[in-house]
Design a protein around this ligand. Structure first.
Ligand code: UGA
Length: 437
């Protein structure tokens, strides 16, 4: 069985690397020739733990790379579509990339006898598969879904920073299709990779699409909820959001995960999916009061951090503020919708001077701020002469910082939005977000 993977971003490259390293016959397709060259040389275009070693194993085995979609359409039994579905400036889902990929798949289907199963892994708003994607493929191929090809919605749940681990050990597989035979074929394929230990739910395309949005919306809801509790704790001396989270998380109906209060959720998925879902529901006349509140809570969280900084430092004009952590989460160089970037934008408007450190995301950040801020590869240099340090991302190296590491600061004020520091120095002002003092 030959498998085509169209779009080599986090999901596509993780699957291509893991599957080929396990000996599956994989063709990875991407329009970006430069990216393909990087991948061919065994390098990942983005930082992701364990991806390069997995990719290199795959390249030694059965990973082929090409920019030609028609190669995959002519030769593959399964075609996984893993292209991006980003957010437009008004919060809608931008389907141009996926529909363009489907146009090319359709044109290639027109000229082939091959009848592949086309597996939509990209996140798409409910009914996109059976309406827009199916229509595009049928229009371009002049073939009917179920005859010349089949269409399956198979959303992905892997996380950045753990993409390889999650691809190797998914917690769930969703197969959305009205074609029983194709569902069975895809189920067998997954069981070949994972054995029978992973739950597989077979449903229709639209339910599969809703599952993905419900999943991410629920995760976002948990984060906004705990941030709400954190803001309450902040006002009540002696209280600590982490103890509240630990206690409520012991209730099995709630669970421990995704209860880490912080600067708000960022990244290329949760903010985008919550907003797309809100708009989708509104257009159906079913406005979601809940998701609106989740989204608003998330937006307002950055103001809470600004308040904490101003309360400790006073007027920010010409004060040097150090930001530790730029990526939207640790173990990633991704700054899309990163709250650190939003914080820096606000601080610059208030005429603060900004110095930053991040183990991986400096280069990406330079593309946004250029020479407006100063970048440091050593934490100590970023802290030098600073009036206040704000920890935004829970990188391990920050949790290892000791009292003396902050001696180079002009004023030892530390705002820890992730509560990862453990300091006990009376000469130091430590403010943990969600810890009332
Ligand atoms: C998210 C989902 O977790 C994945 O299951 C999903 O596959 C992915 O989106 C997607 O749709 O592609 P990801 O965006 O990689 O994954 O990152 P998360 O681990 O969900 O973190 C998102 C944001 O929430 C980060 O800014 C993180 O710092 C924040 N967060 C997370 C918290 O503030 N508190 C928490 O307890 C957890």
């Amino acid at each position: 069985m030959k498998i085509g993977i169209i779009g080599l971003g986090f999901v596509g490259l993780s699957f291509a690397s893991v599957l080929s390293s396990k000996g599956f016959d994989i063709v990875g397709i991407d329009v970006d020739i430069k990216k393909l060259e990087t991948i061919k040389s065994g390098k990942s275009p983005f930082y992701e733990p364990k991806i390069e070693e997995t990719l290199q194993k795959g390249l030694e085995k059965k990973l082929m790379l090409s920019e030609k979609i028609e190669y995959a359409v002519n030769n593959c039994d399964l075609i996984l579509v893993t292209v991006g579905t980003p957010m437009t400036s008004d919060g809608n889902i931008d389907l141009r990339i996926i529909l363009n990929a489907c146009k090319k798949i359709g044109e290639a289907l027109l000229k082939t006898q091959n009848r592949p199963d086309i597996i939509i892994k990209s996140t798409v708003i409910p009914r996109t598969t059976i309406n827009k994607i199916k229509r595009k493929l049928e229009l371009k191929s002049l073939k009917k879904e179920g005859e010349g090809f089949t269409l399956i919605t198979n959303p992905e749940f892997l996380r950045e920073g753990r993409a390889i681990e999650d691809t190797k050990n998914p917690h769930l597989i969703i197969i959305g299709t009205s074609r029983k035979k194709s569902a069975e074929k895809l189920k067998n394929f997954y069981e070949k990779i994972y054995g029978k230990k992973i739950p597989i739910i077979i449903t229709n395309n639209t339910t599969a699409e809703i599952i993905k949005y419900a999943n991410n919306s629920f995760l976002a809801t948990k984060i906004s909820f705990i941030n709400n509790i954190a803001n309450l704790c902040q006002t009540l001396p002696g209280t600590n959001v982490d103890i509240v989270a630990k206690a409520i998380g012991i209730d099995p109906r709630i669970g421990q995960q995704f209860l880490n209060a912080g600067p708000g959720y960022g990244g290329s998925c949760l903010p985008k999916d919550v907003q797309a879902m809100m708009i989708f529901q509104k257009n159906l006349g079913e406005e979601s009061v809940l998701l609106n509140a989740v989204h608003q809570t998330n937006i307002l969280q950055i103001d809470k951090i600004i308040n904490l900084i101003e309360k400790s430092v006073g007027n920010l004009k010409n004060k040097q503020i150090t930001i530790l952590g730029l990526s939207f989460k640790e173990e990633s160089d991704d700054i899309r919708e990163s709250t650190s970037i939003k914080l820096i934008e606000i601080l610059l408007k208030k005429q603060a001077k900004i110095s930053v450190h991040d183990p991986k995301a400096i280069e990406n950040t330079k593309t946004i701020f250029g020479d407006k801020i100063s970048y440091h590869s050593k934490i100590k240099n970023a802290l030098n002469n600073s009036h206040c340090t704000v920890i935004m991302t829970a990188w391990k190296q920050y949790s290892n910082l000791k009292n003396s590491d902050f001696d180079v600061m002009l004023k030892k004020i530390i705002i820890d939005t992730r509560r990862i520091l453990n300091l006990n120095d009376n000469n130091l002002t430590y403010v943990g977000l969600g810890m009332g003092s």
